[in-house]
Design a binder for this molecule. Structure first.
Ligand SMILES: Cc1cc2nc3c(=O)[nH]c(=O)nc-3n(C[C@H](O)[C@H](O)[C@H](O)COP(=O)(O)OP(=O)(O)OC[C@H]3O[C@@H](n4cnc5c(N)ncnc54)[C@H](O)[C@@H]3O)c2cc1C
Length: 159
């Protein structure tokens, strides 16, 4: 949940988590035999909401440090691995050319935007849609419970 919305709606996320686990039928079934073994703790996720620079003089940022988390699903492992690979390849080129300048490292920014931004932008739009029209999303999820191809489509966009 966006932190601005948590503050605006005064949402208690811990209580909300317990409510969902206990009361929402298609979720509570999965937790019937589960037991709470520690306190519930939250964490802020650096979502990829705009095109921030991810490099500078002698530095490249990857994964969460570069705020590459999917803004719709909160997933970031894939982007962390991919950006790590791109950074590794760029580092190799830097050594070959002995150039670690911000100007040369801009190539890494370009690669991240070229390879990952397009898909992220779709997730950003999806997130906006969900935040502004929650009922549309809820209708989709309800339809997805009954229809396999709709649920596959939702998973494809949020997975
Ligand atoms: C509760 C939660 C659930 C999540 N669930 C999912 C999920 O289901 N699917 C998904 O794709 N993503 C999920 N994510 C996001 C995902 O965990 C991150 O996007 C991903 O781990 C980012 O990888 P990273 O390598 O950038 O950073 P990290 O995995 O955070 O790795 C950074 C590492 O650097 C170490 N470190 C920090 N400071 C220093 C220092 N000064 N010196 C040396 N080492 C240091 C840290 O200890 C850590 O090991 C979740 C995140 C959270 C918080």
């Amino acid at each position: 949940m966006p932190s601005a919305a948590v503050t605006r709606n005064k949402t208690d996320l811990r209580k909300e988590l317990l409510r969902v686990i206990e009361k929402v039928p298609y979720i509570s079934q999965r937790f019937l035999k589960a037991e709470l073994t520690s306190e519930i703790r939250g964490s802020l996720l650096p979502l990829w909401a705009r095109k921030n620079p991810v490099s500078g003089n002698r530095l490249m940022l990857c994964g969460d440090a570069a705020s590459l988390i999917n803004p719709a699903s909160g997933a970031g492992i894939g982007q962390a691995m991919q950006s790590g690979r791109f950074a590794g390849w760029q580092a190799l080129k830097c050594f070959e050319k002995n150039d670690f300048s911000a100007k040369y490292l801009k190539n890494y920014d370009n690669t991240i935007r070229e390879k990952l931004w397009k898909e992220n932008r779709q997730h950003l739009l999806l997130r906006e849609l969900v935040l502004k029209n929650a009922w549309i999303f809820n209708s989709f999820v309800s339809a997805g419970q009954k229809n396999k191809s709709i649920s596959n489509m939702i998973l494809q966009h949020l997975g």
